[in-house]
Design a protein around this ligand. Sequence first.
Ligand code: HEM
Length: 208
Amino acid sequence: MDDRGLVSRLAAPSASGPRTEVVVYGMVNKATHGMIVRDHGEAAWSAVAQRAELDAETFVSNRSYDDSVTYALVGAASSVLGLPVRDVLFAFGRFWILTTAREGYGPLLDASGASLHAFLQSLPTFHTRVSLSLPALRPPTFTVLDESATHVRLRYESERKGLVPFVEGLLDGLAEHYRERVTVLHEQRAEVVGHDIFLIVWDERSPS
Ligand code: HEM
């Protein structure tokens, strides 16, 4: 899909526009704020918040916000920073693992696998553990379809659209977290088969 396609799928109603009926914890929007300030500065964040027509610039981590707020933030960040939407989502996936998850959920990450391979095996039940502290969580579903010493094939299903680059950023961040080198291929698209499939292959020098 080209970026224009992605943008139009993410061209969500502004924060004050129609609601999507799916909600997301404020910690996601808070992390978007954290990433933009860290990488582009406070002035860039103010411009993004204004463009997204946010009522308030602060988010409460454990309060729910309509999904449209997050989509509007990503679309606004893309316009203000002059970056393709896919790049914003990919960077956000990396930030989510390397900053948000590491700082806020380090013990949970550690307990979920000592290697990337072990972590991916536990991914199908990972959000169930997260939901112990976030009971209203509406997470995606991950399934390990097949695996070997050198690959894992993962199915991703979500009620949300357009987040494949976010998943790719998450996987990239996880590989960096575990100091492993992998190649991620997006094998099947939800638009075609109803769900996305990713093939994660370990580089020869980085055994799983
Ligand atoms: C400690 C780490 C993590 C926490 C606290 C966490 C929590 C969350 C939260 C709060 C949301 C938003 C949904 C909602 O609020 O209802 C979310 C969405 C999501 N999470 Fe996680 N998550 C974590 C790790 C991961 C990992 C490791 C992956 C996959 C590699 C992942 C994949 C996703 C995806 C793709 C979404 C987007 C929503 C969707 O596709 O429907 N998360 N997660």
